[in-house]
Design a binder for this molecule. Structure first.
Ligand SMILES: [Zn+2]
Ligand SMILES: [Zn+2]
Length: 205
């Protein structure tokens, strides 16, 4: 068994569309067999103090809790890992997807295309030229045929695939996840692993 993380989910604390009570999040993730979580609110990144506080409230030694954010461009959503929480201010919602991806990467972020084949709200043909580090090919917000399309897209672009829940309800936390070859204990570890492609989607859990 590798190291299993859910890389994409939202809590009600900072995402109005989510009904997940953050105080139940870690227990649920442990029940689901996850080694850790990355909270990716819409246009907000939990600062370390907030993560520390949540971890302190849970009795979860060794559990890895990280934060990143989800950026909604004019065409497609981008998961941005490894910037400082204040950097979210520089990412005004609705920007051009390829420009915002380039900006995030220039600032040192690692980026995953969120639900790239989701009906209505996904990328257009520009995704074929966007240098994502990974493509999310499995989540509760991708129908089975959208998951198959996303898998094909990742294969044809030679970009490694991830799975994540994109949970907005507590029961979906960890429904999909990504299995890493080795421990991922920090954002630096996560960035390195995503850059090296040492992971695979863990399938429906
Ligand atoms: Zn949402
Ligand atoms: Zn999301």
């Amino acid at each position: 068994m590798g190291f299993v993380l859910d890389l994409h989910l939202h809590t009600q604390r900072h995402s109005r569309c989510s009904r997940i009570n953050e105080l139940r999040l870690i227990d649920r993730a442990i029940q689901r067999g996850l080694d850790g979580l990355v909270i990716t609110e819409h246009h907000y990144q939990w600062p370390q103090a907030e993560l520390d506080e949540l971890l302190a409230q849970a009795n979860a030694p060794g559990f890895v809790l990280l934060s990143a954010f989800e950026y909604s461009s004019s065409k497609g959503d981008i998961l941005v890992y490894g910037l400082q929480p204040e950097a979210t201010k520089e990412f005004v919602p609705g920007g051009e997807p390829e420009k915002m991806l380039a900006k995030a990467r220039a600032m040192g972020a690692v980026c995953i295309a969120a639900h790239p084949t989701r009906a209505e709200i996904s990328f257009d043909e520009r995704i074929l030229k966007m240098p994502f580090d990974a493509l999310e090919i499995e989540s509760v917000n991708l129908q089975p045929h959208e998951q198959r399309l996303a898998k094909k897209l990742a294969e044809s672009l030679k970009i490694p695939p991830t799975g994540s829940s994109d949970a907005h309800r507590i029961e979906d936390v960890g429904a999909y996840a990504t299995e890493f070859q080795g421990p991922v204990l920090s954002m630096a570890d996560l960035q390195a692993a995503l850059r090296h492609g040492t992971f695979r989607p863990a399938g429906k859990r």
